[in-house]
Ligand binder design. Structure first.
Ligand code: NAD
Length: 442
């Protein structure tokens, strides 16, 4: 139980983990490639370097985050000293998805360990090579009673969920998020649910269209669109559409060449089930770019879809793949009708030069987080809490908030004995008018 009480022990464990990840970085990158041809560049940018940065930041700040913080006392308690203690929850379960399988298993794990918990992590069964390397690294760094990796699919996950935990951290789909929330409710276990949604990307008539196209192509097609905060659909001012589509096509070709199947920079769909799910969403007559697919390689080209109806199949659920429907609007009422049709999304993006427009959108709609004139990059700032709202999730993490996520905040008042004001004690006699005056004054 040293991990619970000894901050230096936690810090040293994390330093060991950092060294192991640096040593095994190439194996991690290879595993991610073997699982779904994640390009090495994307593996470094979004997985290994991200985890390394998270570790460095945690190691650097751990002592400070874990320290009891003194806060200003209430005059009602005079004389006292008041503190906030950070206490590890105890046994933590982390369930991770496949799309960023290394990062989304390791980052919550790092914070759970930093906060002094015992951790069980279950990576996704759909990325077995990455799981294998996670098992190897965790086995080398941690004692099995401290941090353990359990491999397996839904059945194993449900077995784990039937046990009693002190905290559950889940990243994955809304449907499984509900299963997790129900299981957690059985023991009133607190949860973080990092889920998904249909993320709108709104472009108005003042936007820098060429730059918008470049940034949207990057944010949509990185990881072959299998990113929880990828723009799901475009909502563009009607008159701008033709121009914008031309830029989008140019940017896709610039990024992935004439035949993206041959590009080393374009990942594959995770498995044939998801490949089929995505192919079924494509209505060929609506495709204005791309549309090619190959089941033997789980390949789907970056695809642009001209869409006019929110009733179509592609507009029903989170796409989570390289298909980008483009819808148009004429006025803000059109935008409102489309956005309010869906549950609160995990992300929303606005491309505009008009501050009144983006302020209205931010004020009018509830969503996890987002960017003005870019995509995805809010994820990268450790000072910004990351999480959803409503159906896109419960809770948030990143930076010091991750440490707080895995800590119970315990409030302590240390009362002094040198003075004991008699006012609060019964019999109250005729003190009511005085106590009323004092309470109103405070
Ligand atoms: P998923 O919900 O299918 O799986 C996530 C985890 O739950 C896996 O470990 C899996 O084994 C387990 N699981 C699957 N079915 C289960 C069941 N019936 N009972 C119990 N456990 C079960 O999600 P996924 O397909 O791995 O990931 C894609 C989804 O995750 C997308 O919706 C995406 O938006 C979301 N996501 C969210 C974030 C975020 O940070 N908010 C990040 C990545 C992915």
């Amino acid at each position: 139980m040293e991990y619970k009480t000894n901050i230096n022990f936690r810090k040293e464990s994390l330093i060991k983990l950092l060294n192991a990840i640096i040593i095994y970085e190439n194996e991690i990158i290879q595993a991610l490639y073997d699982d779904f041809k994640k390009p090495a560049f994307e593996a470094v940018l979004t997985e290994t370097s991200y985890v390394i940065a998270e570790l460095k930041n945690t190691i650097k700040n751990l002592k400070n985050w874990a320290k009891p913080k003194r806060v200003f006392p209430s005059l009602l308690n005079f004389p006292s000293k008041d503190y906030i203690y950070k206490e590890p929850y105890g046994k933590v379960l982390i369930l991770a998805p496949w799309n960023y399988p290394f990062q989304l298993s390791l980052c919550p794990l790092i914070s759970a360990v930093a906060a002094g918990n015992q951790v069980v992590v279950k990576p996704s069964e759909l990325t077995p090579k990455t799981s294998e390397i996670i098992v190897k690294i965790i086995g080398k760094v941690f004692d099995n009673n401290h941090v353990k990796v359990v491999e397996g699919g839904a059945e194993i996950s449900q077995q784990l969920l039937s046990e009693r935990w002190d905290y559950i951290f889940f990243t994955g789909s809304v449907a499984v998020g509900k299963i997790v929330a129900k299981a957690a409710a059985e023991n009133l276990t607190p949860v973080t649910l990092e889920l998904g949604g249909k993320n709108p990307c709104i472009i108005d008539e003042t936007a820098n269209l060429k730059l918008a196209a470049k940034r949207i192509v990057w944010g949509k097609f990185v990881n072959a669109g299998q990113t929880c905060i990828a723009p799901d659909f475009i909502l563009i001012q009607k008159n701008m559409k033709t121009h914008f589509v031309t830029y989008l096509k140019e940017e896709i070709t610039k990024a992935y060449g004439e035949n993206p199947a041959k590009s080393p920079d374009f990942a594959r769909i995770i498995n044939t089930k998801n490949w089929q799910r995505l192919v079924d969403m494509i209505e060929p007559e609506k495709v204005i770019f791309g549309g090619q697919s190959d089941s033997s390689d789980c390949y789907i080209a970056p695809t642009l879809v001209e869409e006019t109806s929110v009733e179509s199949i592609i507009m029903q659920e989170e796409i989570f793949g390289p298909l980008l429907p483009i819808l148009t609007y004429e006025n803000e009422a059109d935008i409102d009708a489309i956005i309010t049709k869906y549950e609160k999304p995990l992300a929303l993006y606005i491309f505009t030069e008009n501050p009144y427009f983006y302020r209205r959108i931010i004020q009018n709609y509830s969503f996890g987080g987002g960017c003005i004139n870019d995509t995805l990059i809010h994820f990268a700032n450790k000072r910004l809490p990351f999480g959803g709202v409503g159906h896109s999730g419960i809770g948030a993490y990143h930076g010091n908030l991750s440490f707080d996520t895995f800590s119970h905040t315990k409030s302590i008042v240390k009362k002094a004995n040198w003075l004991d004001l008699p006012m609060r004690y019964a019999p109250y006699k005729d003190r009511l008018p005085n106590i009323r005056k004092i309470l109103r004054w405070l």
